[in-house]
Design a protein around this ligand. Structure first.
Ligand code: NAP
Length: 348
């Protein structure tokens, strides 16, 4: 196990988010001091403040991604930064304003503040599989060498925001010859128990399945990873001095049919609208793609680029270089379901 890398506070942006809250919980448990940035220090931070060690070692400060210079003061005395803050939504009114601008300008803002501060040694950036591909195909095994080259403001704009934000990160490191090195984590669909009460867009998949949002079992297959493994990946990226480049972070793939079967087997079919009609065949795919045009545009383009496709990936780099091992995803799904009830996102 790597030893603690710093006695200075670790700066974590978007501290109240799904992934960041888990990371901060782990960092505090490991004895680190943490300075978390949030948009509002007062609102929605109770769970963070209640974490063991928070009273002594967690400081919360406010910062908005689009506010020029907002991260200069939080960066004072910091040697290690984790930049997680970025809007995560598949469906927004104005993709440029609501997704791309905060993601890209926010990354620039945080990294330039780290550069100006002078003492920062490492920045870990939470990117996404969205920066790797927006149209996985079973004929290609995805690795860190892959870049999403297809997303646009009308086609999977969230994916575009993550691709452009990560590229901006690498551009700054190169152009500014920063003293810090950049390490990037590219998680796939992150699920799992949440320390934060808000319902994350990924865990929403399970809520939607039970609420009847899906008319049938579609041929969708997700690469998934547990939030506790994603948090661990970020901590290992901070602590492993030899960490370098991007790290694809996904445990395994699971199809909608397999998820539905698992949930039914564990009693989640009773009194819910868990889909049963099979649409995971060639005719179903055509139907889903046709009807996708009546969905909100972000959801529609996601369906058109993902239905009938099975992502394949190689997560060997993160296992070898950071020593991460992944939890079995079926157990993570079951843990998620218990947690969704705990937070009352699902009827109990
Ligand atoms: P989340 O819970 O929605 O967290 C997003 C965080 O970003 C929140 O703290 C949010 O603050 C902050 N944020 C958004 N817009 C902001 C702005 N304009 N100024 C300041 N802060 C802002 O989502 P998450 O899943 O933890 O996501 C964290 C990171 O992981 C993101 O970069 C996301 O793209 C990436 N990621 C997530 C997944 C996944 O499946 N969950 C997969 C791959 C990558 P507010 O609470 O104030 O909105």
């Amino acid at each position: 196990m790597p030893s603690p890398v710093t006695t200075a506070p670790i700066l974590v942006t978007g501290a109240n988010g799904f992934i960041a809250t888990q990371l901060i919980s782990d960092l505090l448990a490991a004895g680190y001091r943490v300075r978390g940035t949030v948009r509002s220090v007062e609102k929605g931070t109770e769970q963070l403040r209640a974490l063991p060690g928070a009273a002594e070692r967690l400081e919360l400060v406010s910062a908005e991604l689009l506010a020029e210079g907002a991260y200069d003061a939080p960066m004072k005395g910091v040697t290690h930064v984790v930049h997680t803050a970025s809007p995560y939504s598949m469906n927004v009114a104005d993709p440029q304003r609501d997704l791309v601008d905060p993601a890209v300008q926010g990354t620039r803002n945080v990294l330039m503040a780290a550069h100006r501060a002078g003492g920062v040694q490492r920045v870990v950036l939470t990117s996404s599989m969205a920066a790797i591909t927006d149209e996985p195909g079973s004929d290609h095994v995805l690795t860190e060498a892959d870049w999403n080259v297809k997303s646009t403001l009308t086609r999977n704009p969230y994916y575009l925001s993550k691709t452009l934000a990560e590229k901006e990160g690498w551009r700054i490191v190169e152009a500014e010859k920063t003293r810090f090195d950049l390490v990037v984590i590219n998680p796939f669909v992150v699920i799992g128990p949440s320390i934060a009460p808000s319902l994350n867009a990924s865990n929403q998949i399970f809520v939607d399945m039970l609420k009847g949002v899906y008319p049938g079992i579609m041929s969708l297959t997700w690469g998934m990873v547990d939030v506790r493994d994603v948090a661990r990946a970020h901590q290992l990226a901070l602590e492993t001095s030899s960490a370098k480049g991007r790290y694809l972070c996904a445990a395994e793939t699971i199809s909608m049919r397999e998820v539905v079967g698992l949930l039914r087997e564990h009693g989640y079919g009773q009194g819910t609208k868990l889909p049963s009609m099979g649409m995971d065949h060639a005719v179903g795919d055509v139907l889903v793609k046709l009807t996708s045009h009546f969905q909100p545009s972000g959801i529609g383009s996601y369906l058109r680029t993902h239905v009938g496709r099975v992502p394949r990936f190689d997560h060997g780099k993160i296992e070898r270089e950071l020593g991460l091992s992944f939890r079995p995803i079926r157990q993570s799904i079951l843990d998620t379901m218990v947690d969704l009830k705990r937070w009352k996102h699902l009827a109990g």
